[in-house]
Design a protein around this ligand. Structure first.
Ligand code: N2P
Length: 387
C-alpha cells in the first residue's frame, strides 16, 4: 500500500466518522428536541406568548415560573364567557397564541378552521394525559389533533347551606338539586337570600333542557321553547345574571343559590375560608347528574407564536404544574400523573373528583350547531329581560 493510498483511506475513515457524528447528533436532536428541528427552517420566534383564558383559572406562580424557565414573556388576559371569546375568534387576528374555549364551542371553531393542528412531536408530556378524558374529547376533536384539556368540571347548583336552610324554613332540601333553581316552590322562597344564574345562553338552556329530561345538545325548536317556558316561570325570582362574579358573590354571602360551575362553587368555599367570611358553601352533585364540560387549550390558526404555544402547553402537561393549578382553583385536571400532587382535601372532595357512579350520571360533552346557538341567544335575551 503506497503512502498516498494510505492517506486516502485515512481520509475516508475521518470523513465517514465525521459524517456519522453529524448524522447521529442530528437524529438525537430530532428525538430529544423536535422543537429545535422544526424551528431551524424558519426565523426563531420572538420570546412572547399571548394567552386568553377564563378568570380565576390559574395558580399564582404558573406564569412566573414559565417565564423564568423559558425567557418567554407572557401576556395573560381573561374572559368569562364563550360568546366573548367566539366573537374575537371569528373576527380573526385575535393576537392570541392560546385560547381556552369550552368543549361545546371548540368543535364549531375547529370545524370553522379557526385552530391549527397540534404538533404532537413537541408535546413530550402528552403521555401524562388521562386516556378516559382523551376518549371523551375525541367526540368533539376526532383523533385528539387540535385540543388539550385545561381543566374539567360540570354545571350544577351551588348553595350557601345555612342561608338556604333558613330561607326554606320547614321545607326540606329537595331530592333533586335542580329543583332549587327550576322549581318555583323553591325559588319563590330562595329569592329572599339571592339566586344567581350564569350569564350565558348555552349553559342556561342546557340545564333547563336537562331538568325537563329533554336532549341537552340536540333539541328541536320545540324543546327550546319548552325550556324557555320553564325559565320564564322562575325569572321573577332570579336576582342577578353573572358568570365570573359568582365566586365572590357566594363567598361574601351576597347570594345563597347559584346555577353555575362546580369548580367555582368549591373555589367560593375556599375563598370564604381564606377571607374568614364564614359562609358554608357547597357544590351539589345532582342525583340526575350535572352537565360535564371541558375547557380546552387551542392554538388559533393565525397565532404568531405557535412554537411558544407548544412549549407552554407541554409545560402545563407537567404533573406538578397542572396539580398546582388544581390545588389553587379546585377544578379537576386531565392529567393522570398529576393526581399524586393534588392536595388530599381536593382529591377527596366528592364534588371535584366525582365518584365513578356520579361520573356515569353526568351529561357527556356535546355540541350545539350555530343555528341552535342563535336560537338560544334570541330566547335568552327575552328570558333575561323578563318580558
Ligand atoms: C373558571 C371558570 C371555568 C369556566 N373560573 C367554565 N367553562
Amino acid at each position: 500500500m503506497n503512502l498516498s493510498y494510505k492517506k486516502y483511506l485515512f481520509g475516508l475513515v475521518v470523513v465517514s466518522a465525521v459524517l456519522a457524528a453529524v448524522s447521529c447528533s442530528k437524529s438525537d436532536q430530532e428525538v430529544t428536541d423536535p422543537a429545535k428541528a422544526t424551528t431551524e427552517a424558519k426565523a426563531p420566534e420572538e420570546k412572547v406568548l399571548n394567552i386568553y383564558n377564563w378568570s380565576d383559572y390559574i395558580a399564582p406562580d404558573t406564569i412566573a415560573n414559565f417565564e423564568k424557565e423559558t425567557g418567554i414573556k407572557v401576556q395573560y388576559d381573561v374572559f368569562d364567557s364563550n360568546e366573548i371569546l367566539h366573537a374575537k375568534l371569528i373576527a380573526k387576528n385575535t393576537g392570541y397564541d392560546i385560547v381556552v374555549p369550552t368543549s361545546n364551542w371548540a368543535k364549531q371553531q375547529l370545524d370553522g378552521g379557526l385552530f391549527q393542528k397540534l404538533d404532537k412531536g413537541k408535546l413530550t408530556n402528552w403521555k401524562n394525559l388521562d386516556e378516559g378524558i382523551l376518549k371523551q374529547m375525541a367526540a368533539f376533536d376526532p383523533g385528539n389533533q387540535y385540543l388539550v384539556d385545561w381543566m374539567w368540571s360540570y354545571n350544577t347548583v351551588g348553595i350557601n347551606v345555612d342561608k338556604v336552610k333558613a330561607a326554606l324554613g320547614d321545607t326540606p332540601l329537595p331530592e333533586n338539586a335542580w329543583d332549587l333553581v327550576f322549581n318555583p316552590t323553591y325559588t319563590s322562597k330562595l329569592k329572599s337570600c339571592g339566586i344567581t344564574f350564569l350569564d350565558t345562553p348555552t349553559d342556561v338552556f342546557q340545564a333547563a333542557l336537562h331538568y325537563l329530561g329533554r336532549p341537552v345538545y340536540t333539541g328541536t325548536p320545540e324543546d327550546y321553547q319548552a325550556a324557555f317556558d320553564l325559565l320564564m316561570k322562575v325569572r321573577p325570582d332570579i336576582k342577578k345574571f353573572n358568570s365570573g362574579g359568582q365566586i365572590d358573590d357566594l363567598a361574601s354571602g351576597n347570594t345563597c343559590v347559584a346555577y353555575g360551575w362546580a369548580g367555582d362553587f368549591n373555589l367560593a368555599r375556599k375563598r370564604s375560608i381564606e377571607n374568614k367570611t364564614e359562609q358554608n358553601i357547597e357544590a351539589l352533585v345532582p342525583k340526575t347528574g350535572g352537565i360535564l364540560f371541558m375547557d380546552v387549550m387551542a392554538i388559533p390558526a393565525d397565532a404568531k407564536h405557535p412554537d411558544n404555544a407548544h412549549t407552554f402547553i407541554n409545560y402545563i402537561m407537567r404533573p406538578e404544574v397542572t396539580a398546582a393549578i388544581t390545588n389553587e382553583v379546585t377544578y379537576a385536571n386531565p392529567n393522570k400523573a398529576a393526581t399524586e400532587f393534588v392536595d388530599p382535601e381536593i382529591k377527596n372532595n366528592k364534588s371535584i373528583y366525582l365518584s365513578d357512579e356520579d361520573i356515569a350520571k353526568l351529561v357527556p360533552p356535546g355540541v350545539e350547531d350555530a343555528q341552535t346557538k342563535r336560537n338560544m341567544t334570541r330566547l335568552y335575551t327575552k328570558f333575561k329581560s323578563g318580558v
